[in-house]
Design a protein around this ligand. Structure first.
Ligand code: PEP
Ligand code: MN
Length: 337
């Protein structure tokens, strides 16, 4: 249930509603917007009469939420959430580009790529130090050494770091070296992990699970937010369908749909989304045109020798061309880059 206060409601009126809800043993989440305060009540509201709250001073509207995700829903919070990482804001008017190798392989490799993507306008450096690989025999990342490389290179070029934690034992390390913690597609419904991330103070980049519906994806976000961490960025990275030509089927429609259902920022990953280098730029352009708040793109200076996802990694030259194209697209959308 959501209680929307009048735009001019006083602090005492808000407090009275919260106190009443707490008295009824609800878990209360408050969202203080630019014009109005909205109060979310989590728990079984089926036995409650909404009229009881509707008549309270300062209350504009009481809505029972029919979607199972409450805190992630647009009904709970009308304004777009902007996730801030230092001077980088994801979900605002600026399109945020995250780029870098699939995996951190060495200092030289990461430095070479970071220098190029930073120069071309990326704001966040991506790179996995803990890699979820289909085969246990594939390169699984450099671990803490990889994180060290990633952070030192990012600092050198004025970039922020996004990197994956695969389980709870990685959280502390990613907090130490990173700025945004990535939850991989394969972990989107690892509920105990999501609960842990609710306690974490850093922004979470939540990839869509390979076969996750929008509702399942937003419920995963709900786990993190209800655990106490509001800073969730969603990432469409393609889903599994009957089509095998591309690695995944990039669901561009997810972007406008999620924007309507949720206040959370959403970015797109055309690299995992297509699995094919030549398809990355067209899907990146499409995602931006559809309203994505940012992109995460795999770039490698020598993709044929990459230890992970070389076939979907674009060359720095291609990344530069794409950035130039995006610079022409964003003004039409009222955004900057
Ligand atoms: C990645 O970003 O390299 C990755 C493994 O992503 P996903 O979890 O979306 O497959
Ligand atoms: Mn990858």
């Amino acid at each position: 249930m959501v209680v929307a206060m009048e735009p001019g409601a006083t602090e005492d009126q808000v407090a009275a509603v919260i106190a009443r809800l707490q008295e009824l043993k609800f878990d209360v989440h408050r969202s203080t917007g630019a014009t109005r305060t909205v109060i979310g009540a989590i728990g079984d509201t089926s036995a409650i009469e909404t009229e009881m709250f509707e008549v309270m001073p300062g209350v504009a509207e009481v809505v029972r939420i029919s979607v199972p995700y409450k805190l992630a829903s647009r009904m709970f919070k009308q304004e777009d959430t902007v996730v801030r990482v230092g001077d980088v804001a994801i979900g605002g008017t600026q399109l945020v580009i995250m780029a870098g190798p699939c995996a951190v392989e060495s200092l030289d490799q990461t430095r070479t790529i970071a220098e190029r993507v930073a120069k071309a306008g990326a704001k966040v450096l991506r790179g996995g130090a803990f890699k979820p690989r289909t085969s246990p025999y594939s390169f699984a990342g450099l671990g803490e050494q990889g994180l060290e490389i990633l952070r030192s290179v990012a600092d050198e070029f004025g970039l922020k770091v996004v990197t994956e934690a695969m389980d709870r034992t990685h959280i502390e390390l990613v907090e130490q070296y990173g700025h945004i913690l990535q939850v991989g597609a394969r972990n989107m419904q690892n509920f105990s992990f999501l609960r842990e991330l609710g306690k974490c103070r850093m922004p979470i980049l939540l990839k869509r699970g390979m076969s996750a519906t929008y509702e399942e994806w937003l419920m995963a976000a709900e786990y993190v937010i209800s655990g106490g961490n509001d800073n969730v960025i969603l990432c469409e990275r393609g889903i599994r369908t009957f089509e095998t030509y591309t690695r995944n089927t990039m669901d561009i429609a997810a972007i406008p749909v999620v924007k309507k259902l949720s206040h959370l920022p959403i970015i797109a990953d055309p690299s995992q989304g297509t699995g094919r280098r030549e398809k990355v730029a067209p899907m990146a352009r499409a995602a931006v045109a559809a309203g994505a708040d940012g992109l995460i793109i795999e770039v490698h200076h020598d993709p044929d020798r990459a230890l992970s996802d070389g076939a979907q990694s674009i060359w720095p030259d291609q990344f530069e061309v794409l950035m130039a194209q995006l610079r022409q697209i964003v003004p039409v959308l009222g955004r900057t880059i």
